[in-house]
Each structure stands twice: as C-alpha cells, then as structure tokens.
Ligand binder design. Sequence first.
Ligand code: PLP
Length: 471
Amino acid sequence: MSSQVVPQTMGQQFGRRSWAEPWKIKMVEPIRLISREERERAIREAGYNTFLLRSEDVYIDLLTDSGTSAMSDRQWAGLMLGDEAYAGSRNFYHLEDAVRTYYGYKYLVPTHQGRGAEHLISKALIKPGDYIPGNMYFTTTRLHQELAGGTFVDVIIDEAHDPTSTHPFKGNVDLDKLEALIKRVGPEKIPYVSLAGTVNMAGGQPVSMANVKALRNLCDRYGIRIYLDATRMAENAFFIQEREDGYANKSIAEILKEFCSYTDGAWMSAKKDHLVNIGGWLAVNDPDVFDVARNLVVVYEGLHTYGGMSGRDMEALAIGITEAVQDDHIRARVGQVRYLGELLTDWGIPIVQPIGGHAIFLDARRFYPHIPQDQFPAQTLAAELYLDSGVRSMERGIVSAGRDPETGDHRYPRLELVRLTIPRRVYTQAHMDVTAEAVKAVYDAREQTRGLKMVYEPKYLRFFQARFERL
Ligand SMILES: *Cc1c(COP(=O)(O)O)cnc(C)c1O
C-alpha cells in the first residue's frame, strides 16, 4: 500500500510507513470456488439476486460488512463470560459502560440489531405527518420512519449524488436545504434530524466535525433534536483525523466522542463497526425519550437489560466497542478498502470517489451506459461479477431505492451502484487482488452484457428477495 494516502503524522505515530493489520491469524475457515457451470446454475436459481445465493456457493463474500467481521480472541473469550440472567445481566452493565465511555450518551437501550433501534426511536418520536430530514436515506432507517407515519427528506449536499465529485466530506448536511425545509413545514413537524456518519448509500462518505457543529447551531435555533446513525461512526472519525484541520493528533476515540457530543443520541448496528455477528443499541441523553424507548423495547425486543441479545452477545459487543476505536485497527480497516479501490482506479474502472470507509462502489451507470436504469444495470453487474469469479457483491441502485409510496412508481436514484463491502479482519490483500481482477474481467466484457427484468417483487425492502430473469 502506498504511503502517500497516509499523512506523515500518522506514519510517525505508528513508527512505520505503511499500514499492516494489527493482528495475526489464529483460526481459518476454508472457502472454495465452484465451477463456472455451477455458478451459472446457482445465480439462475437465485433469480439473479446475490442475496438469494447460498453462502457455500460463494468464493469471496463481499455482500456486506454486516455481522461478517472476525471476532478477536478476547471477544471469543468474552462469550464464555455470558451472564444469562433474564434481568440485570452483568454483561449489560459492561456494555452500558463501553457506550458511555466511547460515545458519551447517558442512557442505553440494547436491541437485537440496528433496525430494532431504528424501530424504537421512530416509534418514540415520529407522529403521522412529520418530516425527517437526513443526509441521504438508508433502506431500513427510512422504512421505519415511514412506517411511523413520517416522510424522509434528503438534505445531503449535492456532491453526494455525484460519484465523480472528490469532495472530502460528501456526507455533509446541506444546511440551506435543511433550513428551507424547516421554514416550509415548521420546526414542530420535524421531530429530529437523522444524521449518519459515514453515509453508506453515498459510498461510505464522511461528515466533517465542522458540519455537525454548524448543524447543532442551526438545530438549536429551531429547537430540533439530532439523532445519529452511529453504525460506522468510528470509520467517520478516521476521515476527520485524516482530512480535517486540527484533528491529525487526536485519537479516533477522542474524535468519536466529540462528534457524538453535538448530537442528542444515536442508534447503532453493532454488526458493523463493533466487530460482532449480532447486536445493536439505542442511546440517548433525554430521560423522557429514554423512558419511552425503554418501555417500547420490552414490547418489541426483550427486557431493557438484554433487548434481544444474549448475555454473551453483550459481552462480545462491549469488548468489540473498545477494539473498534483503536487507531491502528481503523487505519488497517480503511487501508484495505483503499487498497482495492486504488487498484480499480489505476485500471480505469469507474468507482465512487473518494474511496469510502467500508466498501468500494462500482458505478454501474458508467459500466453499462447501454443498459437503461429500469433494466437494472447494478443488479446485472452484481450477477456478472458472481458468474465471473464467485465474488458476491450487492446492488445499491434502483432496486434498493424501492417504490415511491405515493405514486407507486420506481424511485430512480442518481446513484446506480454495486457495493463490494469488505468485512472487518476477514480477508487478506490477496483476496483483494483476486477481486480487482474479477471486476476488470467483467469490465472488459461490458459491451456484450444485457440487462434483467424483475419477475418477483416483495412489498418491503424488495432488494432482499426480488427475483430477475435475463432479457
Ligand atoms: C446496517 C445498517 C442499519 C441497520 O442495521 P441492522 O443491524 O442491519 O438491522 C442502519 N443504518 C446503517 C447505516 C446500516 O449500515
């Protein structure tokens, strides 16, 4: 990995020029590549939807970084310390401590995963007819806001919708767009701003500290709360350390805590940053919001000291939180994503720039300019990549965007992407090389590729279960 992308101060801080993983491998899980004919059959039987493939038929699995991380020996040891009492488990208090220490919020409600927390906060705060502004939608987040009767409004800066813009903080909120919305609908119709760092659907793009501070000022003027989707906020902190004046010598943990201090609470999919296979939480500062959420959690998730997790899950999570905010961990994590992205960039393959925190996003519009968006270019590309090499990726385009609840028509997002998501601490640089070569092979064959038609469409979050056929 070239050292040019790493500021000099970081090299000095670590006593070396390049990043290397701050761990060694103690246990391995064999993987295998099935034949081309077997892959043809597998993807056809999966309706050309990579979510419907069997994991056994996948060689390198870059579907998601969700729940796919490798746990450390300490986390595995933590599993043996599960206190499986129904109420008041010791592990809950460890978890509460870790969240308070690194995120700084006062009250914790555990949930089984991120969407459990999204459900609680949406139900607790949103009334029918409300508007929820946010820096780009996320699939499950927006759905819970809509199911609670709200309307999501995208207030991210325009650059976020342009895969070629190299803005260093493409996750930033456009404060003018937000203020225009506040003036149009009135602050009493906006229960909170839904802020995410990094922004998954924009390509893992960060929010700057300056932006969250300015957002806090604006929201204070109108009495509006800010809740943070903290799912990949540790990765966001890395970009602040790397790119924002005044933060090069602050630790990831310090930056994370400062950022959270400008918000009123957060929900978390611990399956991402926190290096566990399952888990999540909601944390807030307002005792009244806590009261409502703690009451709702017993209806939908479990008692307020486990919320759908076992004691051992909470222990592994508490340990994972501490590991997730270590500077050398994040540097190697983002460094590996960047390694893959730089290979593809060098070979002239269109990807979202700048390279984000958790994934490489292939730009299917520029890959397949001859495939119209309603023939699902990104879905096609994900299927082709699997066929070529057994690498599993995910569509993030028109299928993921779903239908407009008012008109019933497809939403046509500007970004038509395929996500190659890198699990944490799982694959080596050689897996990244093989993946890059596979993308190159599919790119070289792009002109012969035709699109897909959708033959089955579920009502909610259709990208998970939709089926397609070749045109
Ligand atoms: C994964 C994710 C969620 C939902 O969390 P789950 O644990 O999958 O339920 C919410 N927001 C973002 C940004 C995510 O990536």
